[in-house]
Design a protein around this ligand. Structure first.
Ligand code: IFM
Length: 495
């Protein structure tokens, strides 16, 4: 550390203040030209969105050796550790605005793969790699395992980000150079953790894990974990096939590096196909886990306001025995794997889980905002967005002095771009479903995808899609194809 700091200092002294200031100005000008979001109608909100983007940019590691801490560079909360916040919340913002930074975040995970292998052995897995729930240099730093190491979904979250990068960035090299090795070695953990269960008619169950909701710990068949593991296993099998066919030398290198057996990809496929993902017959919803629906509901309405967040006022066991959520769990699966659910299913799950959710985690409101937008609950979407967008400027969670909430800052971007503008990219095709919240007259944002840059303007009259750079691209406006070309870069679709 000292050597690195001395080198940086010497380089800065050589360059001089003026040159450094000019370089920084160029860097920031470029960023704002490409990543700014403009909102007309609410200056305070505009300030919140820019404040968030600034913190994300200044906090993110850009060298493949550092990542982005849950509190960014602003405070000592969470001891500077990196979590799944990176892949599920922050990564997409960079993927769509600065894909080269998104790649660096994934390279960071690649650099830590040896630690993840060592961690898997420590946790009793004979093969594979298991990423730590919280870390800086690769070792697991969770002090409290039920809300830490038990969150095995981190492996699938990282695989999800690699899949999204592969489908959206237009960069053909990362997967074969690094991503595939991560995806395959981490997929093996599911086979070590779960099993085909006779009592479930041969379905594949996953046991003793904690899902995203940290008010429910160490459970069997957490829906989010099972659904994400299914995606991960199927993706790993696809990647193995693709590499073997298209890049045999890379495939051979990875097989040798991880000691991949010839039958393993087929076993991943079989586990994915048999994954246990139940629907409750009576409620028509996806149970959060095997025992969740049997627990008594926490009486949120009768809980004194000063007793939130619950984790600071009740023993964890008291909370775990109740049907109460700290943050989106099933509802997050509905977003990330949204092409597998009908709108009716999404509504039923949202209606069931939202009243049970305290949103004590700052990672919650933005996800509910996005889902509320998708199912047409526009007022709720806006209210949840407002919770997120100025969370730290207004100290909404009362703990900003410990540091800003970087995942929520990214969540505000997601609530707007995934929520109000409805962006999804299943299999790499960008689909938008924009609407204008009643409080604004206009909003504008830009996204980079497949090596192109697009600008999207939404106002009271409709939506304009504009190709700012790159070759022709077809995007979807709801289900209508919109072709943008160099000759005809702009299309307006009236409301
Ligand atoms: O990763 C999160 C977790 O989901 C909820 N508690 C805080 C962590 C760090 O932001």
């Amino acid at each position: 550390m000292l050597d690195t700091a001395a080198e940086a200092l010497a380089a800065a002294r050589d360059a001089g203040f003026d040159a450094l200031a000019a370089e920084q100005k160029r860097f920031l000008d470029d960023f704002w030209a490409e990543a700014d979001i403009v909102l007309d109608g609410d200056p305070a909100l505009q300030q919140g969105i820019r404040f968030n983007l600034f913190h994300l940019l200044q906090s993110v590691g850009r060298d493949g050796k550092t990542n982005i801490a849950a509190k960014g560079l602003t405070g000592e909360g969470y001891e500077g550790h990196y979590f799944w916040d990176t892949e599920i919340y922050i990564f997409p913002v960079f993927l769509y605005t600065r894909p080269e930074i998104a790649r660096k975040l994934l390279e960071f995970r690649y650099a830590l793969l040896p630690h993840a292998r060592a961690r898997a052995r420590q946790m009793g897995h004979a093969s594979g790699a298991l990423y730590p729930w919280r870390t800086i240099a690769g070792e697991e730093c969770s002090a409290y395992f039920p809300a830490g190491s038990a969150q095995y979904h981190i492996n699938a979250d990282i695989a999800y980000a690699i899949k999204l990068y592969d489908e959206v960035s237009g960069d053909p090299t990362f997967l074969r150079e690094a991503g595939a090795e991560i995806v395959m070695d981490t997929a093996r953990i599911w086979l070590g953790l779960g099993r085909f269960v006779d009592r479930l008619g041969g379905r594949f169950g996953i046991y003793e894990v904690t899902g995203p909701d940290e008010y429910t710990a160490c459970v069997n068949n957490n829906y989010y974990t099972n659904a994400m593991a299914q995606m991960h296993l199927a993706f790993a099998a696809d990647v193995a096939e693709r590499l073997r066919r298209d890049h045999p030398a890379d495939f051979a290198r990875i097989v040798a590096a991880i000691g991949l057996g010839p039958d393993e990809p087929a076993a991943w496929r079989a586990a994915a196909e048999a994954m246990y993902l139940p629907v409750d017959e009576v409620l028509g919803i996806h149970p959060q886990d095997d025992s969740f629906l049997e627990k008594p509901a926490w009486d949120i309405a009768q809980t004194p306001a000063e007793n939130f967040p619950l984790l600071l006022h009740y023993h964890p066991l008291v909370i775990y025995r109740h049907r109460v959520l700290k943050q989106a769990d099933v509802v997050l699966a509905l977003l990330l794997l949204g092409d597998r659910f009908t709108l009716e299913e999404k509504k039923r799950d949202y209606d069931y889980y939202e009243p049970l959710t305290t949103h004590d985690s700052s990672l919650s409101s933005c996800i509910y905002s996005i889902l509320a937008s998708e199912i047409g609950y526009h007022d709720q979407a806006y209210a949840f967005f407002m919770e997120t967008a100025r969370m730290d400027l207004d100290n909404k969670h009362g703990n900003t002095p410990y540091g800003a909430h970087l995942a929520a800052m990214a969540g505000a971007w997601l609530s707007l771009v995934y929520g109000f503008a409805g962006l999804r990219a299943f299999n790499g095709t960008l689909r938008f479903a924009p609407y204008l919240p009643g409080h604004w007259s206009h909003y504008r944002f830009m996204v980079r995808a497949q090596g192109r840059q697009l600008e999207i303007n939404v106002d009271g009259s409709g939506v304009t899609y504009r190709l700012r750079s790159g070759e022709a691209l077809t995007v979807l406006h709801h289900d209508r194809a919109v072709m943008l070309t160099a000759e005809q870069p702009e299309t307006f679709i009236a409301d």
